[in-house]
Design a protein around this ligand. Structure first.
Ligand SMILES: [Zn+2]
Length: 304
């Protein structure tokens, strides 16, 4: 599971664009329809303060940008089954010919790795064959649009994910949303070579990979079969463990001393050894797996 920081400039710009475009679309409907939508939204928000006057459209922005906690609250309210926003999603937002659609949103978000599994790449690619941009992600409704049609266009309910996660999730609900703070601390990995097979040496067969998670994350792990999916990556774990055992602190420092241009610091050694890029908005999959396994070695090296 990968955290998507709401405060990143890209994410803030995507949220702004989303609100602007949905507002423009709704403003084109008849006043009667707009008032209907307004009433339904105000009921869900349970807030008819002066700031949420019909004319100001602030209500729409508050609704579309409701954070995950607020979405949880709204999904329990009466009126959540009204169809305005799911119709808007299906008749406009998911259509390729629309002036604003899922492709625009996914491009604006700029995510490169599936936030549900941290295993698969997602992106928008220009295809020469039809001279058009194509998405390799699928847009998941964190709170399924079949059950909660009113939340179908809420920004933090729209998560670009890989096909594998979307196929497993479908209309199921999972408990933690990638926009929630602290999500990455809800799950961690630990790996070693199995001691019982130590005679046969270090090979992929002897890799033990454990995934630990908090009760909050259980539902995500079970629905997305994350523990089973990660079994596929024992080959990568084998490589991490072997490199970590061989390149101890002394060897890494030696590389820095002997090749200062190639390895100006220990971070650059790690980058080349493990392909970790140390950026919050990393473009690489499996970063959490790498970080957790290597943390143990680093703590040992630092005498912690
Ligand atoms: Zn995924």
């Amino acid at each position: 599971m990968r955290f998507i920081g709401k405060d990143q400039e890209k994410i803030k710009a995507a949220a702004k664009l989303h609100v602007q475009e949905v507002k423009k679309y709704i403003a084109r409907s008849s006043e009667e329809k707009q008032k209907d939508i307004y009433r339904a939204v105000i009921t869900l928000l349970a807030d008819n303060s002066r700031e949420n006057d019909f004319d100001k459209y602030k209500w729409l922005e508050t609704f579309l940008l409701a954070d995950v906690e607020k979405l949880r609250e709204m999904k329990e309210r009466e009126g959540i089954d009204r169809k305005y926003f799911v119709e808007l999603y299906e008749n406009w937002f998911s259509r390729r010919e629309s002036s604003y659609n899922a492709l625009f949103l996914v491009k604006a978000l700029g995510l490169k790795v599936c936030p549900y599994c941290d295993r698969n790449y997602i992106n928008v690619v220009y295809r020469d064959m039809d001279k058009a941009e194509r998405r390799t992600d699928q847009l998941d409704h964190f709170f399924p649009k079949g059950k909660y049609p009113m939340l179908a266009m809420c920004f933090y309910n729209l998560i670009p994910v890989c096909a594998s996660c979307n196929l497993l999730k479908r209309e199921s609900e999972i408990s933690m949303n990638p926009y929630e703070d602290g999500i990455e601390e809800q799950l961690y990995f630990d790996a070693c070579f199995s001691a019982s097979n130590s005679q046969s040496g270090w090979d992929e067969e002897n890799v033990c990979l454990h995934m630990y998670y908090t009760p909050k994350m259980r539902n995500n792990v079970e629905v997305l079969a994350l523990n089973r999916e990660y079994e596929l990556h024992k080959d990568t774990v084998y490589e991490i463990l072997t490199k970590a055992a061989f390149y101890d602190k002394e060897k890494k420092e030696e590389l820095c001393r002997n090749y200062p241009l190639l390895f100006p610091n220990l971070k650059s050694v790690k980058r080349i050894l493990y392909g970790m890029d140390f950026q919050k908005s990393s473009n690489r999959p499996l970063q959490k797996l790498y970080q957790d396994i290597l943390r143990v070695y680093e703590q040992e090296e630092n005498g912690l």
